[in-house]
Design a protein around this ligand. Structure first.
Ligand code: SF4
Length: 332
């Protein structure tokens, strides 16, 4: 992982760059290491310091984030970088309490940055650590109700010596050895004290309270292409899902979306709909398309010509709409 410092450097007293660690933790929220690695490299190449990121254009950062999902994180990334510059002279604070005051940094991220970047004895508890603790102590109470108990167990094990290495080691143990299925107990450093291994219950832990069924919301989007190749797009409101990102004008998302085209025209429905799953719901978007006249005057949105618009700047849900509509609204 590009944000890590190797064991020999660490032994020699080298600590990782807090900016790189913080960026990795924000990106890793809800996203896998494999997906984050390239984005992390790209962001550090574009904005090598927190000062560079703080001075970046919002639109450039949102576009670079496109595809990584959960866009509130990108907005918070910028807010946090600007707060570090404005309130801390561009130097990340090194304590849990101060980190927690920064935008977009919750208890987990504050603990992770504090432990990994500054070697503070904070307890970092992610899903991997919860699984390891549940098995190590053979705890059968289901998540999320058992979070408190698992955190207490993790706190009791956090050492004063090399807490940063320890935090990463336990997370890595969960990610690579104490995996959800088929934990490799034979090569686990905790195989002797592990209560679940002794009881033969490791594979069934941690238990989880069954989830409610994910609801589905519906929406209508209007995709217009002008005769000069320009697409009608709008910047979504700052608040709410995909806030501040580019998108197609459309309805609210709900059970029965209302039609509200951006201008009067003979809008034609596509046969296919765009489907996307967010954390708490599935979204199904009906797509209406139209070739607009060069003098069309929409009530919402702006026509963006190909020299200023690239579909890669769209968040994934809107990109799926583009991919479907583009087949119909090909170049004239
Ligand atoms: S012994 Fe097995 S179940 Fe226990 S912590 Fe190690 S990998 Fe997980």
């Amino acid at each position: 992982m590009p944000w890590r410092v190797g064991p020999s450097d660490r032994k020699a007293g080298v600590l990782p760059d807090p900016y790189a660690v913080w960026m990795s933790e924000i990106m890793l929220q809800q996203t896998t290491v494999a997906a984050v690695r390239d984005y992390h490299r790209k962001f550090l190449a574009l904005w090598p310091t927190v000062g560079d990121l703080a001075a970046a254009d919002d639109a450039d950062v949102m576009a670079a984030w496109a595809g990584l999902g959960y866009y509130a994180r990108a907005r918070n990334l910028l807010k946090c970088a600007r707060a570090v510059v404005a309130e801390h002279d561009g130097v990340f604070p090194d304590s849990y309490e101060q980190l927690l005051k920064l935008p977009g940094i919750g208890p987990y991220t504050a603990a992770a940055v504090s432990a990994i970047a500054f070697d503070r004895p904070e307890t970092v508890v992610d899903g991997n650590v919860e699984r390891v603790m549940a098995r190590l102590h053979d705890i059968h109470a289901p998540l999320p109700g058992s979070k408190g108990e698992l955190t207490t167990k993790a706190q009791a094990l956090t050492p004063q010596s090399r807490p940063g290495d320890y935090a990463q080691a336990v997370m890595d143990l969960g990610a690579t050895i104490c995996t959800p299925r088929n934990p490799a107990c034979g090569i686990c450093p905790w195989r002797d004290p592990c209560a679940a291994r002794l009881a033969g219950t490791a594979a069934e832990l941690p238990k989880k309270t069954p989830k409610k069924k994910t609801p589905t919301r519906f929406g209508i989007v209007y995709v217009a292409r002008r005769t000069d190749g320009a697409w009608l797009l709008e910047t979504r409101p700052e608040k709410g899902l995909l806030g501040g990102m580019l998108g197609w004008p459309g309805s609210e998302w709900g059970d029965e979306p209302e039609e509200n085209p951006p201008y009067e025209a003979d809008w034609q429905p596509l046969n296919a709909e765009a489907r996307h799953t967010f954390t708490h719901f599935h979204l199904r978007l009906k797509i209406m398309v139209d070739y607009a006249d060069i003098d069309a005057t929409p009530l919402r949105g702006t026509f963006l010509t190909p020299d200023v618009f690239s579909p890669t700047a769209l968040p994934t849900a809107m990109r799926k709409v583009f991919d479907l509509a583009h087949m119909t609204l090909r170049d004239n």
